[in-house]
Write a protein that binds this ligand. Structure first.
Ligand code: GTP
Ligand code: MG
Length: 292
């Protein structure tokens, strides 16, 4: 028997459903109550929403895919490319920062994307990032096939002030510096100094930043401050606006042909490998943050 039932879809919109037997689809089923088990994860208003992704077990993943130690330019570029894809798809991300196998995405504090639902924001970011990482893999790792599907975990953190948000990004960049400095000396001792990994670990026990720089300089002629900014500072992606002028020839009736210039403001993502701890970057890009 054909029934026409007024029904609602997943999002609560009404629509007409054709059902071919009684009892198959009802406007409100007795099962509907389970929806109330869902928890409300709306992010507090006015806060920056930060989604941080981190590669799962990338210690092993990097070994198995022959990443250069301590920094693999291809891997870092692929991470930044995937982050750019996330920003293009979710353009309320005002800044993204990445280093090693992690990337943080900052949604502007006034965003209303996915009604500010944490799980929606986080899963969209994680899936867009992961699929982009796989999609673009071959462009960066031209001679290294992807051996298995990588994955990234995600978390959501809210920051209520510009000060807190800047401290968050500073924390990630300081982490990048500390890890990179350690890894640079560690792998110099192993690859150039002929030490085993255990010996290199022993050698670095109890050393401070200045000691590490001294080992690099005196033993390997490496000035840490001249190492690529990409490795020392990580990657910061922001939106930049550029003016694009196009010229078109038009010929109005009874007039001679003339050129018309049209100016369009285009948004495009730019990648920076600079300090984000000091004030300079924020003064040069005052549009990233909204006022407190
Ligand atoms: P979980 O995140 O807890 O799953 O573990 P993990 O193995 O991913 O470790 P973690 O996220 O703490 O650290 C990232 C790891 O990725 C580093 O310790 C490195 O082993 C590896 N890695 C990231 N970037 C590079 C790179 O450019 N070159 C190399 N050789 N390894 C990298
Ligand atoms: Mg990881």
């Amino acid at each position: 028997m054909l029934l026409r039932v007024g029904c609602v879809c997943k999002k609560g919109h009404r629509f007409l459903l054709r059902a071919f037997s009684c009892g198959v689809a009802m406007a409100k089923s007795k099962f509907e109550y389970v929806r109330n088990f869902e928890t409300d994860d709306t992010c507090l208003r006015n806060c920056y929403i930060v989604v941080r992704l981190d590669g799962r077990n990338f210690h092993k993943f990097s070994e198995q895919h022959g990443f250069v130690k301590p920094n693999d330019e291809r891997a870092l570029a692929l991470m930044a490319r995937s982050a750019g894809c996330v920003m293009e798809q979710l353009d309320d991300v005002c800044v993204a920062y990445g280093q090693s196998d992690e990337f943080s995405f900052v949604f502007k504090r006034s965003t209303n994307w996915f009604k500010r639902r944490a799980s929606k924001l986080m899963t969209h970011v994680a899936s867009q990032f992961s699929s982009s990482f796989v999609f673009f893999w071959g462009e960066y790792f031209t001679h290294q096939p992807l051996l298995y599907p990588p994955s990234f975990d995600g978390r959501v953190v809210l920051y209520p002030s510009n000060h807190n948000l800047r401290d968050y990004l500073s924390w990630r960049q300081a982490d990048c510096h500390i890890n990179n400095q350690y890894n640079t000396v560690f792998w110099a001792l192993v690859q150039k100094g002929g030490l085993s990994t255990t010996q290199a670990e022993e050698r670095l026990k109890g050393t401070v930043a200045a000691d590490k720089n001294e080992i690099l300089f005196s033993e390997f002629n490496i000035n840490y401050n001249e190492e690529p900014q990409l490795y020392r500072k990580g990657s910061t992606l922001i939106w930049d606006t550029t003016e694009e002028v196009t010229t078109k020839k038009v010929k109005p009736p009874n007039q001679s042909e003339r050129e018309v210039h049209k100016t369009r403001i285009r948004r495009k993502i730019t990648t920076h490998h600079c300090d984000v701890i000091g004030n300079q970057f924020w003064e040069e890009h005052p549009d990233i943050l909204e006022s407190d």
